[in-house]
Design a protein around this ligand. Structure first.
Ligand SMILES: *Cc1c(COP(=O)(O)O)cnc(C)c1O
Length: 380
């Protein structure tokens, strides 16, 4: 919606306000890199939940369609509706539907993940009421994450329920790895993969047909080739992070969060900066005020020097507390002026590095960029 009036630009000019730049060439690079790890017939599901990890799900999905993606996944039904409204016709898996969403799911040809006896019974009844035939559903199995999913002892119930109806058909069966990025937990992950293999084989045999099987997220693609099955589900990798230093060299962050210096103050010794005097100067300090705050996606926990922005290639740490709409950063010793650009995160100062300072992860920082921040699309 926000992008309607903005053309694709090459080589973005310097920011004059807070912007999230979305680099589609980085997305192309990441897609090609991740798919180079797959066997030729393995399908690719792109996870575009949460505004495509804080960017723009419509812009990202349209580019992925051009790249040849097979499937999309969103977390909630309304996110799938947004894609359908943008005329995206690729199949869309809804990872976490609730019964209240069944209406919009069927109405917009979204495909629910069915994860419990209750959701199975309710969705079948709903599909019957709507006179559906072979409506695609996806069965989610819990193999250790203990978040959503059936367990092995549910297989007979599933098969029996489905044998009594022609309204739905199992398009895929899947599971989610709990620790695919953590090689210290390799034994746990291998056990999850084997359990999934076993359950899905039993399911296929009892159903009498073979649904698509999938269980690998980005780190699963990278670390567990044996877990690729028929399809992989990639999210964070598409946006430029591989949960691993070596892998990150091949991936390019899609989002660059930029802002601009609104004002510079000279803060004398013993003066303070920001609410509750969060920073007290021990010496003369140059402070730059930037139009980005916790309402834009910079949590308060980055305040008091934990987080930083990059101005003319130099780190400017956050002074005092993060405000709702602004931060003040230390530009002492950095040659800069009002109107100059500041980078919060991007390809050279990454969301992964910044989030690590508060023991967080790239996922949390990039998905937090609020809808107030203007998005611009470019191909760098
Ligand atoms: C979010 C999500 C993914 C994507 O994981 P990444 O680590 O971002 O690749 C895959 N599968 C499920 C079920 C998810 O919820």
């Amino acid at each position: 919606m926000l992008l309607k009036n903005l053309e694709n630009k090459r080589n973005m000019p310097k920011a004059t306000e807070t912007l999230l730049e979305i680099d589609l060439n980085a997305l192309d690079n990441n897609y090609k890199y991740l798919t180079s790890k797959l066997k030729p017939n393995t399908k690719v599901l792109a996870v575009v939940k949460a505004f495509a990890y804080g960017s723009d799900s419509v812009v990202i999905a349209k580019e992925l369609v051009v790249l040849g993606v097979d499937y999309f996944a969103v977390a909630y039904a309304n996110e799938g509706e947004t894609l359908r409204n943008a005329k995206i016709e690729t199949p869309i898996l809804v990872l976490h539907p609730l019964p209240i969403n069944f209406e919009v799911i069927v109405d917009r040809c979204l495909e629910p993940s069915i994860y419990s006896r209750k959701t199975l019974k309710e969705f079948v009844a709903f599909a019957e009421e709507k006179k559906q035939k072979d409506y695609p559903i996806h069965l989610k199995f819990n193999t250790g994450l203990n978040r959503l999913g059936f367990v092995e002892s549910d297989v007979d119930f599933i098969v029996e329920t489905l044998s009594k109806t022609t309204t739905v058909k199992v398009k895929s069966a899947f599971s989610h790895l709990a620790a695919s990025e953590d090689l210290k937990l390799k034994d746990f992950t291998k056990r999850q993969i084997e359990d999934f293999r076993k359950i899905s084989e039993e399911l296929s045999e009892k159903l009498g047909y073979k649904p698509l099987l999938h269980c690998a997220n980005t780190s699963g693609i990278i670390n567990y080739p044996e877990a690729h099955f028929d399809m992989v589900r990639t999210g964070i990798g598409l946006y430029g992070f591989g949960n691993d230093k070596e892998e990150n060299k091949h991936l390019k962050p899609v989002g660059t969060l930029k802002t601009v210096i609104s004002q510079i103050h000279t803060v004398q010794k013993n003066e303070s900066v920001g609410y509750n005097r969060g920073f007290i100067a021990e010496k003369t300090t140059m402070s730059a005020t930037l139009p980005i705050g916790h309402a834009d996606g910079i949590p308060r926990s980055y305040g008091k020097g934990k987080g930083w922005v990059t101005i003319h290639g130099k780190k400017a740490p956050i002074l005092g507390n993060v405000c709702m709409d602004m931060i003040m950063v230390d530009v002492t010793g950095i040659e800069c002026q009002e109107g100059d650009e500041a980078i919060v995160f991007g390809p050279s100062s990454t969301a992964e590095e910044l989030s690590a300072t508060i023991n967080s992860i790239s996922y949390e920082l990039i998905t937090a960029v609020s809808q107030r921040v203007k998005r611009v699309v470019c191909r760098n």
